[in-house]
Design a protein around this ligand. Structure first.
Ligand SMILES: C[S@@+](CC[C@H](N)C(=O)[O-])C[C@H]1O[C@@H](n2cnc3c(N)ncnc32)[C@H](O)[C@@H]1O
Length: 230
């Protein structure tokens, strides 16, 4: 197994044991997506940081989408995502690209739905997240929705305090092998920069969004927000 396969196998193990509550999140996400599809006719959906679609594909396959675009910085996941949607009745496109570049592409088309799960917390600065929110605001249709699933810090919580708290939780993930727990801990220390609740809601408002929390996990970290043009 190469490094990519090992890292992806660890993420799959986190999903398979539902350690980040993906099951409850995808039920809630399904409800929102079905509502959007009931009001917008054959909407286009762009999935920023789509990964291998191991979780989302069964839900996507049931939706009357007009078009699906899967975008991920890691080109190696795209063939897996492509295979997961091979039976989809709607057209698909694939992009190996950065989600911030996508949001800020000049003269780009607007879409009805932007979905992103567990990818935006990899943007390190609030400034980057603000640029992403402004770019997505430009690229959403008037009645469209941005569905943002991610880990978030509590109001007033530093990144260090968040990492200590989340790390303590990972130490208890006994369903994973010790080397897998170590890989998760190293990954979050290096790559996780969750936005702070309250602060990010203000940033989104300044970018022209109206914010609604629609799902909360049990650990004051994983959550889903649905943003509409204000
Ligand atoms: C934890 S996985 C989540 C995959 C899937 N969305 C899910 O919820 O299961 C994060 C994904 O985001 C991608 N990613 C991270 N930073 C990114 C960026 N700046 N632009 C695009 N994709 C990014 C990673 O390559 C990875 O596939």
């Amino acid at each position: 197994m190469d490094l990519f396969q090992r890292q992806w196998a660890t993420y799959r193990a986190v999903l398979d044991h539902d350690l980040m509550e993906h099951q409850a999140m995808s039920l809630a996400c399904g409800q929102v997506l079905r509502q959007v599809c009931a009001t917008a006719k054959a909407p286009s959906l762009v999935d920023l940081g789509c990964g291998d679609l191991g979780l989302l594909a069964p839900l996507l396959l049931t939706l009357p989408l007009g078009h699906y675009t899967g975008l991920d910085l890691c080109a190696e996941v795209l063939p897996l995502a492509q295979a997961a949607l091979s039976q989809a009745p709607f057209p698909r496109s694939w992009m190996a690209e950065d989600l911030l570049s996508w949001a800020n592409a000049p003269q780009a088309e607007a879409v009805e739905v932007i979905h992103s799960s567990y990818a935006v917390h990899h943007l390190q600065q609030d400034q980057d997240k603000a640029n992403w929110l402004r770019g997505c605001r430009r690229r959403i249709t008037p009645g469209g929705r941005l569905i943002w699933v991610d880990v978030f810090r509590e109001a007033g919580e530093s990144r260090e305090a968040y990492l200590a708290r989340y790390g303590g939780r990972v130490e208890g993930w006994n369903a994973l092998r010790p080397d897998q727990r170590q890989a998760v801990l190293a990954h979050i220390q290096r790559f996780d920069y969750p936005a702070e609740r309250g602060v990010i809601e203000g940033i989104a408002q300044e970018a022209g969004w109206s914010w609604q929390w629609t799902w909360e996990g049990h650990h004051a970290a994983e959550a889903m927000a649905v943003l509409s043009p204000a």
